[in-house]
Design a protein around this ligand. Structure first.
Ligand code: URA
Length: 216
């Protein structure tokens, strides 16, 4: 897996990251969603440097100019509901992308049956030969991302795969590195040390879905 950790202390990205972590700023859910969206825009720009381009002629009012345009179709897939603001940020840049949405949650262990990731809803166009962008704001254990990847396989084999994450844990990065193809690109805006016993990223930011859309 190609890991791109784009966090950097002397950039505007750092301000967006510090605001989504800060309990005082988190009270403003509109600002939280917009900051996640802005981080998605920065990640889009960074990952756009790894995509393939073909030269096309563009007509200006006064002449013609050769301009690079994306070669492959993009499918942008996000996990409901926490993924929606990040999805919007990516879509602001990749505005021709097709879109896929999936629901994934962990059930609780019962009567000796271990907990597992449940996928209930999935709507996706074909991903065959396209560039798949798989977005998840919080890469904690990595199990939801792997479940989503297993589920999306029935829609085809993508030409390239990019995973886009706002905050990742080291455990999550290790886990998905073992479960995704070697040529997968992983884009991270911030990398945190560890997880707590409930699977939350430490220090992280708390529950991204609740912060964006209110408590369930
Ligand atoms: N999902 C979240 O919203 N936060 C975490 O810390 C981990 C998973």
């Amino acid at each position: 897996m190609h890991i791109h950790n784009i966090s950097s202390s002397n950039t505007i990205l750092n301000k967006f990251i510090s605001e989504i972590r800060d309990v005082n700023v988190q009270k403003d859910s509109l600002r939280f969603r917009r900051n996640i969206e802005r981080i998605g825009e920065v990640l889009s720009y960074e990952l756009s440097k790894e995509l393939k381009y073909s030269v096309n002629k563009v007509e200006t009012p006064l002449g013609t100019k050769e301009i690079d345009q994306l070669t492959n179709k993009i499918v942008l897939c996000s996990i409901l509901r926490a993924g929606l603001p990040l999805h919007q940020g990516l879509l602001n840049y990749f505005d021709d992308a097709e879109n896929a949405f999936i629901s994934a949650y962990r059930n609780h262990p019962e009567n000796g049956v271990p907990s597992e990731i449940i996928v209930e809803y999935f709507a996706s166009p074909s991903i065959e030969n396209k560039t798949l962008l798989l977005a998840d704001p919080m890469l904690a254990t990595g199990q939801s991302l792997v479940a989503v990847y297993e589920a999306i396989k029935k829609y085809g084999v993508p030409k390239e795969l990019h995973i886009i994450v706002v905050i990742a844990s080291k455990e999550g990065v290790d886990y998905i590195s073992k479960h995704f193809p070697e040529n997968t690109h992983l884009w991270i805006a911030a990398l945190d040390e560890t997880l707590n016993e409930k699977g939350y990223i430490i220090p992280g930011l708390g529950d991204a879905g609740d912060l964006a859309f209110g408590k369930k």
